[in-house]
Design a protein around this ligand. Sequence first.
Ligand code: AMP
Ligand code: GLY
Length: 422
Amino acid sequence: MKVLILGGGGREHALAWKIAHSPIVTQLFCAPGNAGIGQVAKCVDGLDINNGAEVVAFCQRIEVGFVVIGPEAPLAAGVADQLRANGIGVFGPNKAAAQLEASKAFTKEICDACGAPTAAWARFSERDTALAHVRQQGAPIVIKADGLAAGKGVVVAETLAQAETAIEEMFAGAFGSAGAEVVIEEFMDGEEASFFVLTDGRTVLPLPTAQDHKRVGEGDTGPNTGGMGAYSPAPVMTTEMQKRALEEIIHPVITEMARRGMRYQGVLYAGLMIDANGPRLVEINARFGDPECQPLMMRLKSDLLPALMACDGNTLPEITLEWSEEPAITVVMAAKGYPGSYDKGDTIEGLDAAEQVDGVKIFHAGTRTGPGGIEAAGGRVLNITASGKDISEARERAYEAVDLIDWPGGFVRRDIAWRVLS
Ligand code: AMP
Ligand code: GLY
């Protein structure tokens, strides 16, 4: 079967690397892909991956039988709906179900309807009522643009002044239509973890736990990013905590979605805040986490593709996945300046030597092939991923590989997985 992956980041490279090994696959395509993905799949240029009609036409022309949607934008645009309507298999929820990521207020309503624990919240479509609300609540408080804002639409305000500025900016259009509605939430303290399940809308197959580092700076300081590193497993997600997250959050949400006629098929990514009282939902994403997907794929021993295909049908109860006991870690190499502005076009050397380090696999995020070799072409550029007998060996291997990469324009956080090792 021919398979198409949509997306071109480190998550998609990790998915492509696993799927390329599947005996079911005759040919693997990825749109748009990147320089690393090009080593395991045929990259497709010029396809608008958020345009369902274009994606369907491409699949019909090339006879693609299954599409794996990596990022949220095509899900929110209804690309999965159009593929399903045309009889093409797809991994990823329909537009209505993807509202769990595309609208923060929608997710909060679902939580309230099914009793899933989450932060107290209120929604506002007018600046003045939002300002009055934060003045009444005080800080710390969390201000969120309702819609998709590429991970940038959340401000954890430590002071009232920060909260007011965030509200002013969102209503002034800082996030375009995504900020036309604003959700204001109680600040939750605790430790964050990412919990992923595959689901067909009824059955749930939990994946091993993972945790990412969202802040750009060491010690988890500075602005939020898409994620500067990740590791799996996440010790904070004990067996008991996983059981509680499934019973109190995941199953109720999936059941409530089905009850509303919005069957959720794909991966459900629950961002959780863990404290002494148990797990609370921070957010839901309708896709794999990036970079959490990378250590997960590193640990997966089974063929991924049948599990993804099962989410699109009714065979998920028959699927079991085998995972390596060895932990894995991903260190993100980003362009200096990220998550602000940064340069593109630097040539990166030393990748081959870095990948020779035991247990290391390098997934590409923002790269392209230039005249001099592999070039940086994004904010997050490389994902140095390593496994080891324990997390400390995995981490040593990852940083040994990082140090073999010659790219003066790049930087890493040196403390990925510090919570596990401290
Ligand atoms: P989100 O895009 O909703 O995941 O928010 C991005 C990040 O903001 C989360 O990963 C948390 O670190 C933080 N965050 C979001 N909501 C809250 C909250 N209610 N309390 C504390 N931190 C939050
Ligand atoms: N690593 C966080 C995300 O993918 O949203």
